[in-house]
Ligand binder design. Sequence first.
Ligand SMILES: *Cc1c(COP(=O)(O)O)cnc(C)c1O
Length: 391
Amino acid sequence: MTLPKAIHELEFSHGAMYGPEEEAALLEVLHASAPSCGPKVKEFEERFAAYCGCPYGLAVTSATAGLELAMIGVGAGPGDEVITTPISWISTANAAAARGASLVFADVDPRTLNLDPGDVARKITPRTKAILLVHLFGQPCDMDPLRELAAPRGIRIVEDCAHAPGAEYQGRKTGTLGDIGVFSFHQQKNMTTLGEGGLVTTSDRALYERMLSYRSLCCRTYDPKGKYLPLDAARFPMGRRYWYLDFDDVGYNFRMTDAQAAVGLVQLAKLDGFNARRRELAAEYSRRLCGIPGLTLPYVSPDVKHVFHSYCVQVRDKESFMWAMYTEKRIKVWSHYMPIHLTTAYRNRGHRDGECPVAEEAFRHYVSLPIHPRLTAEAVDYLLTSVRDLA
Ligand SMILES: *Cc1c(COP(=O)(O)O)cnc(C)c1O
């Protein structure tokens, strides 16, 4: 077996790709004393929100933090139910659990592995506060039926867009398809801000203000005459010559730094290019892997623009395939993700096998192949040949 030079690129799906533009942006911030939430953060929030097509953006330390802010935004707490998907990174469900809400896992569509609106409909109760959906692997959910379920009942929709910046449903970008969108800029995501980072989008001024406040400890500034200043002034209190601080509730420090935001601005400008490369790679994978018995390729809905955070295939015997890929080909593939209701954390909260049979069956078969813009032609060739050999 001859391994390609760039074999390390196949070992894990690590998409971060930085160039001289990020380097220059970082140095500029460094020379400006690299503040926390400063002017670069504000600019990044505005540009990212405009990119998605909505008025408000709120940069945060991670999507895990952003999802919790979103749950605060919609007011999910003890006594409420939040319907979510079992197939996601555990942060999605944790956001609701952390606020004391009960998780209700709805099953997925077997083709896309996104939330199945039919099962969501069955799981709605008078206590349902929000539907917390995930645009899994970069493919937006089937939004129309979900919105038809949510809107008349006053149920809020929160989109976990961690896999899907720049993805579209019927021509509209993720982050604008529900009440709140949450993005991740962790190093493995489609764009990155120095290893960690996130951003929350909304078109609702009241939701924005609530999340803005909790991002920064619910801190409020008021002038010496006791007049409260607008919340936006609380973002940059150092610009005021004199102020007092008060705190409206128990909040968090989820602020992004200017260094992350400066890199985020550069990455945002490159995002469409990164996504185009992912889509090109996915098309090549699908072309070269089609027709293999027992290997099911990703289904892409005609309603969406898929940005292929992951390229997820289904194989008959997942364990042997993953093991052979590793031992015989030195390629580590991952199974994204263990259904959340079957993790120890959620079994300990009362969840059980059989809650989501479609997701549980799919988990026996799904495997994500490495896909990211840094892959060389040689590495891609080696990957696809290896999959053909072993699938
Ligand atoms: C990565 C990820 C998160 C969490 O993002 P962080 O920025 O790492 O906190 C949440 N949801 C999904 C679907 C993810 O893939």
